[in-house]
Design a protein around this ligand. Structure first.
Ligand SMILES: Cc1ncc(C[n+]2csc(CCOP(=O)(O)OP(=O)(O)O)c2C)c(N)n1
Ligand code: SF4
Length: 251
């Protein structure tokens, strides 16, 4: 007797096993997102946008409407869809290169304009798809293909702290959090709150996800998990940075 693995209802089963490398955190992030979509009962309304980078491997992941965009342009594409059809639930899914480098202006402007979309950014501390170059999130002294002696803070500044930035610039109706694939229950909860903020018509919601890239980190299973749980969380604090103020409390 074959036992079917338990998958979220909104996943497209024909596209599994998925296309990510073994041990990649994208699959876990998308599982938590799938569970959040199922529990909120919004599958029929979701439009999922994926960026260039390894996030594009999610182009056939869900049984929902999907749009695949240019590098860094998923946030404005989903913004346009949402503005044209406010009944949709727009999700912009991207990597840290897509969201904090080439697409950083879109993140800043969507947050300041309080666009009523949900942006999800997977932070694996490098440009995964192109072979592991330094990203805005590369940790101090971390070795990558383009920082072979370790990232120099003197030359390149500190890693981008996205949810902290969004919390500082966004309106009171916004939601900003950082979760990790090491805590799936919490991550699903952050996704649900972010999506609920959009369902309620409040405003922008942003969740960064600490994730793994064993292929470019060149780590085994133990080393991958250790890097995620010990090195990354030292710099990137997990938690909620902004929760929408109750109506009437807003400045
Ligand atoms: C306009 C443009 N610039 C550069 C590239 C090359 N490129 C493809 S994927 C990628 C980096 C992806 O890294 P990230 O966004 O962190 O996602 P990951 O692959 O790590 O999930 C780059 C620079 C491109 N496709 N288009
Ligand atoms: S290169 Fe890294 S981010 Fe891309 S699929 Fe492989 S493990 Fe995941």
């Amino acid at each position: 007797m074959s036992v079917e693995p338990k998958m979220p209802k909104c996943w497209r089963k024909e596209s599994k096993p998925h296309k990510f490398c073994p041990g990649c955190g994208h699959g876990l992030a998308l599982k938590a997102l799938g569970m959040a979509i199922d529990e909120l009962g919004i599958q029929d309304k979701v439009v999922f946008g994926c960026d260039i980078g390894c996030s594009l491997l999610a182009w056939d992941f869900f049984d929902v409407d999907i749009v695949q965009t240019h590098h860094g342009r998923t946030t404005p594409v989903i913004t346009g869809l949402k503005r044209a059809n406010p009944d949709l639930i727009g999700i912009a899914y991207m990597g840290d290169g897509g969201g904090y480098a080439i697409g950083s202006q879109h993140l800043v402007n969507a947050a300041t304009r309080n666009e009523k979309i949900t942006a999800i950014l997977v932070n694996n501390t490098n440009y995964g798809m192109t072979g592991g170059q330094m990203a805005p999130t590369t940790l101090p002294n971390q070795k990558t293909e383009t920082s072979p002696y370790g990232r120099s803070i003197e030359e390149t500044g500190y890693p981008t702290q996205g949810p902290e930035m969004v919390a500082a610039i966004a309106r009171d109706e916004a939601y900003a959090a950082r979760g990790t694939v090491a805590n799936m229950r919490q991550l699903k909860g952050f996704f649900k709150k972010a999506l609920q903020n959009q369902i309620d018509g409040n405003g922008f919601s942003f969740v960064e996800v600490l994730s793994t890239c064993p292929t470019n980190w060149r780590t085994d299973a133990k080393g991958t998990w250790k890097y995620l749980e010990e090195e990354m969380t030292k710099f990137f604090k997990v938690g909620e940075f902004k929760t929408p103020a109750a109506k009437g409390e807003q400045s």
